[in-house]
Design a binder for this molecule. Structure first.
Ligand code: UDP
Ligand code: MG
Length: 322
């Protein structure tokens, strides 16, 4: 990845910035100002806010911004569809030659954008960012996140960078490829590694969330982790077969042992307890793997139904403002 891309420098055309927003009323205005001042040095840009069913005043503020400034657009969902779907909606509607995604809470410093664009000019098609250790990320988040990246690195069929964040730059052709993907439960962090193209990494120190609280509850983080693992790995399913086989071997040995005792000694097996233990154990293991199968079957079910990933209730889309 380090190898220098030797091509003539690219000319920066239009830049799209996509910002998923869920209850970020304390941040949208300041963030928009900050991005605007950074991008004003470039030829052309658009900022697209994706309001993911915010219950606070975010939408009103975004609409005001958009009315005041012709470069600010928005897509507003009918309810909360989740961060990854907000990103998808942004990809579906942006019109830039360069597309940048970042969080709506100032944790992804917009100051890094020029450096990311410079990488694109050098010829990279995907510039992804990784969180440096430290910074203003809570301890629990840091540990759960590094555990997750360790786990997915071990079991999934995809190479995920530790601390990968949803703060990235994509060339237009990559966005085009992403739009063409049909899968429903998108896990962009894994997908980016899967996509290929010329990729380059920029490290950053996350800032403190400026206003509001984290919208990633533990439930949502778990959901994201399960999505990530199940969309890139069959290992959990294979685990069922392996565990089943091992348990069967153990029980065969036990039965053999019991028969031997019966035949060659007078200590008859009075093993009610061990019997029950075996039954409960097997029952538990079966239920666990039934649940795992359920995860995958549920996913197939959702894919087959082909429901849209999000519903739009209001929008001012790039390219439609006349
Ligand atoms: N977000 C969203 N929908 C959700 C949860 C989060 O659009 O259901 C947005 C949120 O507004 C923010 C970004 O996704 O812009 C990342 O969320 P957050 O900062 O709460 O996550 P954390 O930084 O704590 O991982
Ligand atoms: Mg955040």
């Amino acid at each position: 990845m380090k190898s220098h891309v030797s091509r003539s420098p690219r000319i920066v055309g239009k830049i799209s910035v996509l910002i998923p927003v869920y209850n970020e009323e304390d941040n949208v205005v300041s963030l928009s100002d900050e991005i605007m001042s950074i991008l004003s040095g470039y030829a052309d840009f658009e900022i697209v806010f994706i309001n993911d069913g915010s219950k606070d005043n975010s939408l009103q503020l975004i609409q005001d911004l958009s009315n005041k400034n012709g470069k600010v657009y928005f897509i507003s969902f009918s309810r909360n569809f989740g961060h990854q779907n907000a990103l998808r909606a942004g990809f579906d509607h942006c019109t830039g030659d360069i597309v940048i995604t970042l969080d709506g809470d100032h944790q992804h410093p917009p100051g890094l954008i020029p450096e990311m664009i410079d990488k694109w000019i050098e010829g990279y098609d995907v510039v992804f960012t990784t969180r440096k250790e430290g910074g203003e990320v809570s301890l629990v988040k840091r540990y759960t996140s590094s555990f997750f990246y360790w786990l997915i690195g071990k079991i999934a069929d995809v190479d995920l960078k530790k601390g990968a964040a949803d703060f990235r730059l994509f060339d237009e052709k990559v966005v085009h490829a992403v739009r063409g993907l049909k899968e429903r439960d998108v896990f962009y962090r894994g997908l980016v590694a899967w996509l290929g193209f010329r990729q380059c990494e920029v490290a950053y120190t996350p800032e403190r969330r400026r206003g509001g609280v984290s919208k990633y509850t533990y439930r949502k983080m778990l959901r994201l982790a399960v999505d990530g693992i199940s969309s890139f790995s069959f290992l959990p399913l294979r685990l069922a077969a392996v565990t089943g086989f091992l348990i069967a071997m153990v029980s065969f040995t036990y039965v053999f042992y019991a028969i031997m005792i019966k035949l060659f000694s007078d200590q008859a097996v009075s093993g009610w307890v061990s019997l029950m233990a075996g039954v409960y154990f097997l029952g538990g293991v079966q239920l666990i793997f039934l649940g795992l199968f359920g995860e995958y079957v549920g996913r197939i079910f959702m894919e087959v139904k082909g429901r849209p990933n999000y519903l739009v209730s209001a929008a001012k889309l790039p390219g439609e403002d006349k």
